[in-house]
Design a binder for this molecule. Structure first.
Ligand code: PMP
Length: 277
């Protein structure tokens, strides 16, 4: 069951207009919110980011937080997944005539839930591979825009190269992954790109920083170069659906011993205990 513009429907019955600005211009934003054993994880943070995004686009948030929560709860009630991710999308709405900008439309709202597959523990501890690419996205990467063509092309390359993630480099600096934030560890200090227009302010990034602070591990929101990443002790990526994953090889080169690191494990285990409540 999905939610579309106030109605709960089966996916096959859900239809939108060809004049929807999401379809014609990619004019909208989205969120992905993890749900574990039917409990919505970090709901407030995701709704806060959604609200900030809608404000920046001048789209009126169609629902308040409790209305959003009711929609999600209804969707989850009808799903049969142990772990799932709510996907929600709000577009500026439907026009009469195709025109680059039009105000005062009714936002189109779509909500569904998708299964999060369980990763094998041995696989996680073995670590994942990544490749680097020039960050050719626009300069408003803090908006969780549904216009994701640059990311799509990079993820296509990731699939072709059989790697978990593409890590973006802009002006010599690591920004983030094609669908994750990136952390490195050097001499027991942790670094991640500062929150600005060049990265998505990931909720998992925020939670990881909080965990590190609670563990008294030094964490800096400072950028780092590709060379610094390649010689780092550990690399991690974070996202709502992938949690915190160790990257042990980049561009076919092993990172140190090529094994998941001890700080990653600490943060990962803390995250597991938080998520299991
Ligand atoms: N950066 C990008 C470009 C992403 O697409 C995502 C995941 N949607 C993230 C970072 C991680 O964000 P979050 O932790 O909120 O899932």
């Amino acid at each position: 069951m999905i939610f579309l513009n106030g109605k709960y429907l089966s996916k096959d019955d859900a239809k939108i207009s060809v004049m929807d600005r999401g379809f014609l211009f990619g004019d909208g934003v989205y969120e992905v919110i993890p749900v574990y054993q039917k409990k919505i994880f970090s709901l407030e943070e995701h709704l806060q980011r959604l609200h900030a995004n809608l404000q920046e686009l001048d789209i009126t948030n169609p629902y308040d937080n409790s209305e959003w929560e009711n929609i999600f709860t209804e969707i989850i009630k009808h799903s049969s997944f142990e772990q799932e991710a709510i996907y929600l999308q709000v577009t500026r709405g439907v026009m009469n005539t195709r025109t680059h900008y039009q105000e005062n439309l009714y936002p189109t709202v779509f909500v569904e839930s998708n299964k999060i597959s369980n990763r094998d523990n041995n696989e996680i501890y073995a670590g994942y591979s990544a490749i680097t690419e020039k960050d050719e996205r626009w300069s408003k990467c803090h908006i969780k825009s549904i216009s994701l063509l640059a990311n799509v092309l990079s993820i296509k390359n990731a699939k072709k190269n059989n790697v978990e993630e593409v890590i973006f480099i802009r002006d010599g600096v690591i920004t983030e992954g094609a669908s994750s934030n990136v952390f490195i560890v050097k001499n027991n200090q942790v670094f991640t790109h500062p929150k600005n227009n060049l990265i998505l302010p990931g909720i998992t990034r925020e939670i990881s920083i909080r965990i590190l602070q609670d563990l008294n591990i030094e964490v800096f929101e400072n950028s780092f170069t590709e060379e610094e990443m390649m010689s780092a002790d550990e690399i991690w990526i974070t996202s709502s659906t992938r949690e915190i994953l160790p990257i042990t090889s980049v561009n076919s080169k092993k990172i140190q011993s090529g094994k998941a690191g001890p700080l990653w494990e600490k943060v990962y285990l803390s995250y597991q205990s938080i998520k299991n409540g």
